[in-house]
Structure formats: C-alpha cells, structure tokens
Design a protein around this ligand. Structure first.
Ligand code: SF4
Length: 87
C-alpha cells in the first residue's frame, strides 16, 4: 500500500490525477515533493499540528475531515527535492 508515495518508474506524472491521488490532489493542505529516484510524495501539512492526520496518507484519499479545496487558480507550492524516501 502506498503511503503518500507513488513511484514514477511505473506511474508517470500524467497518471497522478484526482483518481489516483484522491482528495489530496486538490487540497490546499498538500505539498508535493520528489526525490532523485523520481518518486512523488504527497505530504499533508495538517499532520504537522493535528495528530488525526498522517504526514504521508495512504493514497488515494477518498474521505478526509480536513479537506479544503484549493483555488484552482493558485499554484501548488512544491517542496524541495528530498534526498531519500521516508517511511
Ligand atoms: S487534509 Fe486530507 S485531503 Fe488535505 S492534504 Fe491532508 S490528507 Fe490530503
């Protein structure tokens, strides 16, 4: 089971859509990071302050009490590249 992690050796960015990621794909609380191996990480910022949330939620997230739809006109801030995978 993926925990906020998708490996793009088998999935390309085109497949990282609402269906494979779920609510996180359009949530204002998510940050996306990649690592040198090409993995993509969806990190939930709510997890930093609220223990009900996990840093890297299992995808796809289909229901979430913390979901706030991001304004489609807003760019999603990206995180810096990570050196290694996190569990
Ligand atoms: S609040 Fe929920 S939907 Fe939003 S990023 Fe966190 S886990 Fe994903």
């Amino acid at each position: 089971m993926a925990h906020g992690v998708q490996d793009i050796t088998s999935f390309c960015f085109d497949l990282m859509n609402d269906r494979t990621v779920g609510l996180c794909a359009t949530c204002k609380w998510v940050r996306i990071a990649t690592n040198k191996r090409g993995s993509v990480f969806y990190r939930c910022l709510r997890a930093d302050t609220d223990p009900r949330f996990v840093k890297y939620p299992p995808l796809p997230v289909l229901r979430c009490p913390g979901y706030d739809r991001r304004n489609p006109d807003d760019d999603l801030p990206a995180e810096p590249e990570r050196d290694q995978d996190e569990g």
